[in-house]
Design a protein around this ligand. Structure first.
Ligand code: ADP
Ligand code: TYD
Length: 202
């Protein structure tokens, strides 16, 4: 007997919006419901994902187009590579992913046309569209404060004015996909309240 396919659940939001916190809380909730859950993130922890993190931490510098290309490559490997996401979903495992292609639309849309980034993802879209995307919405001034209390070092995109543009790009990208299941969650609430809203939606 084949098991029913797992659900692909994606978290999105600007840096410091609370994604990592909520990913763990949702995983715990689903496991308490008897589901098998795989938690992952993009950039992935695989070969290309590791290279991407060197760019994000400013250890190396490459043109924005090259960074966008690396994210696309990482996504292919993460999805269809050995022991990738499709194999987990096919085995009936729920996958929760901290960021997905919406992040590419929002962040690389800072340096190039959003539509171009969407276009190069057409095949990825056909391979694996999220069953549900949870967008944790929060104002950049709040997320920046949270990031500041979290660490000294700033990643490539962690500046208030940049995150404000990223948030606008998210909203513009979502508007282009009215038929995709995208749910917005108010990230300014307490950790417990946000988690409750998310569990209700899922
Ligand atoms: P992200 O993964 O989106 O960058 P995190 O989950 O790492 O965000 O959260 C960023 C910081 O804000 C962490 O220090 C975390 O403990 C804190 N945090 C997360 N959610 C909330 C919340 N709802 N209210 C207040 N602080 C929060
Ligand atoms: P991450 O560790 O997820 O940051 P945070 O926990 O603060 O949200 O860092 C990923 C960074 O990479 C984040 O600044 C967004 C950026 N990014 C892109 O530019 N393009 C992408 O496709 C993805 C998935 C992330």
């Amino acid at each position: 007997m084949t098991s029913p396919r797992g659900r692909f659940i994606v978290f999105e939001g600007i840096d410091g919006s609370g994604k990592s916190t909520q990913v763990e809380m949702l995983a715990e909730y689903l496991r308490s419901q008897g589901r098998e859950v795989h938690v992952t993130r993009q950039p992935s922890d695989r070969f290309v994902g590791k290279a991407i993190r060197k760019v994000l931490s400013r250890e190396v510098s490459i043109p924005p187009q090259a960074l966008a290309g690396l994210f696309l490559a990482d996504r292919y490997d993460h999805i269809i590579g050995e022991d990738g996401l499709l194999s987990k979903l096919d085995a009936g495992i729920d996958v929760i992913c901290d960021r997905y292609f919406w992040s590419s639309f929002a962040y690389h849309g800072l340096d190039m046309e959003i539509q171009f980034v969407i276009d190069i993802h057409k095949e990825i879209f056909d391979l694996l569209t999220p069953d549900i995307t949870l967008f944790i919405d929060i104002l950049p001034e709040v997320s920046i404060q949270r990031i500041a209390s979290r660490s000294e070092q700033r990643d490539l995109f962690e500046k208030e004015s940049i995150l404000s543009d990223v948030r606008q790009n998210y909203l513009a990208a979502f508007a282009k996909f009215p038929d995709v299941n995208i749910q917005t969650v108010d990230g300014s609430k307490s950790v417990e309240e946000v988690s409750k809203d998310i569990c209700t939606l899922v």
